[in-house]
Each structure stands twice: as C-alpha cells, then as structure tokens.
Write a protein that binds this ligand. Structure first.
Ligand SMILES: Nc1ncnc2c1ncn2[C@@H]1O[C@H](COP(=O)(O)OP(=O)(O)OP(=O)(O)O)[C@@H](O)[C@H]1O
Length: 264
C-alpha cells in the first residue's frame, strides 16, 4: 500500500516543527528519513501513526486520508515501532506479541497462538516466547516489537530509529529483516550508511523541511550531507554492495557547523 505525505505541516504553540513536507513511499519500498537532531523526523512520523495531528497537509495511505479513518482502522493498518514502544511492564514476550491482535479482535486462542508462533519464528525469537520482556537485550526487544507488528498484519510499517541501542550485527539484522518483509516502510535513521545500504529512497530533513529526496546515490552526496550536517564528507562505493558509504572528516567543537563542508 503506498504512502503519501503531501504538504505536511505541524505547529506547536506557534512554533512550526515541520512544514511543506512531501514524502512518497511506494508499495513495498523502504524509505528513510534522515537529518540532524531536531530536524523533524519523529514529528513527521508521529503524524503518520497519528500520535500527532498535522495542521496542514495530508497523510494518505493507498490514497485515503489517514486522519479521516477511525482510530481502530488506522491502528489496524499502520504498525509503529517507536522509542515509546518499549514496555516498562513485566509482560512475557508472547503477551507483547499478542498485543498486535488488539485492533483485529482475534479472540480464538488457537488463532492467536498460530499468529504469535509464526511472527516469533520470522524474527528468530521463538525461544523467547515465555521470557519477560524486561529481561531481553536491546536487540531482542526490537525483534519482539517487529514480531508484534507482524501479528498486526499492517499495510504500513513506521519505524523511529529501529537500530537505536543495537550493536552493528543487530543493526544489520534488523534492517535485513525489515527489508525481507517487503512491507511499505517509512523509517527515521540516524546512521547515514545504513540508510545508504538499505533504503530505496531517502529524504533529508533540515529545520523541519525536506531539502532533498531520491535514491541514496543522488541524495547522500558530500554537498547535501555536508551542508545539512555541517561536516566534511567523502563518499566511496562499498566494495561488495556498491552502495555509497560516507566517511566523515573530524570536526573541531565550537566551529560553525554551516561552514563545515567548505573547509579544505
Ligand atoms: N511537543 C513539542 N513542543 C514543542 N516543541 C517540540 C515538540 N515536539 C517536538 N518539538 C521540537 O520540534 C523539533 C523537531 O523534533 P523531532 O523530535 O521531530 O526531531 P528529530 O529529527 O526526530 O530529532 P532527533 O534526531 O533528535 O530525534 C525539535 O526542535 C523539538 O524540540
């Protein structure tokens, strides 16, 4: 199901957090939002999974305005994995995964068990079903949350920093898993090299606006990334995958970030 953000704008107490954001996520594609801290990535995602209402523009899923849907319908169709998704309660992994059924009213125990088992196997966590989520490592928790999203059978997956707190192996596994699902996915990512390696398209946000969008090779350039992040960047091809890889030159603290890419 394709996702379209058209002219999205969000203000809080007269402050414009994001403005004129246009983003397209084609059916089954993985699209990344990148940008400096505070550039509006999470705010944009919140509008998609409806924890925030945009005051301008629209979020359309398969051509339908998401804000016109009932909350139950959007909760069924959109799964979100956010920093707030982490449970502070002593649920078992199985119970957390079952929560993905909530918007579907799946009441048969055997149906729940089948869905739970399939989802846990898909993320390689079947052995964790009876463990407390509080005892899991960061990587295991993230995978369990993906299993919960799978049980939900969503049309759209929204991920806010899914690789946060994961070691390099688990970061790669997480994005490989997301890629394999072939679900329409919009994700915020801090790591530009992960975005380069895994995303079909990348949008760069800066001060609440989209300043570039397109395939990683066109967007993750020294000029664009240097300008937006205030760093000097070299781009090389990954020797195996040919994806662009960004190498950053050291910065001195206290220098003007907006001049970073221009230094010799
Ligand atoms: N409820 C709010 N009230 C006021 N300002 C807010 C609110 N929510 C977010 N902001 C501000 O909006 C801007 C964008 O925040 P957002 O969390 O979307 O950025 P981000 O790109 O996800 O940042 P990060 O990379 O640090 O997670 C920030 O300046 C933030 O302080």
């Amino acid at each position: 199901m394709e996702l379209e953000l058209a002219g999205l704008g969000v203000s809080v107490a007269d402050k414009r957090l994001v403005r004129d954001v246009d983003v397209h996520v084609g059916e089954g594609s993985l699209v990344g939002l990148v940008g400096p801290n505070g550039s509006g990535k999470s705010t944009t995602l919140r509008c998609v999974y409806r924890s925030l209402s945009p005051d301008r523009g629209e979020v359309r899923l398969g051509g339908e305005n998401v804000t016109a849907m009932s909350l139950r319908e959007s909760a069924r169709r959109i799964a979100a994995l956010t920093q707030e998704s982490q449970s502070e309660f002593d649920f078992t992994v199985g119970e957390v995964v079952d929560m993905g059924n909530t918007p579907h009213r799946v009441s048969e125990r055997s149906d729940r068990a089948r869905g739970r088992g399939a989802a846990l196997r898909a993320v390689g966590c079947a052995h964790l079903e009876h463990r407390s989520v509080l005892s899991l490592s960061g990587g295991e928790k993230q995978r369990v949350l993906i299993a919960r999203a799978l049980v939900q059978r969503p049309e759209l997956l929204v991920l806010d920093e899914p690789t946060n707190h994961l070691d390099v192996r688990h970061q790669l596994e997480m994005l490989s898993l997301v890629r394999r699902l072939r679900l329409t996915t919009l994700t915020a990512l801090h790591d530009l090299n992960l975005a380069a390696a895994w995303c079909d398209h990348v949008y760069v946000l800066c001060q609440g606006r989209v300043v570039a969008g397109g395939p990683p090779t066109e967007v993750l350039t020294p000029e664009i990334i240097g300008e937006v992040f205030g760093v000097r960047v070299h781009v090389v091809d990954h020797p195996e995958t040919r994806a662009p890889q960004l190498l950053f030159s050291p910065v001195e603290s206290g220098t003007d970030p907006s001049k970073g890419h221009q230094r010799p």
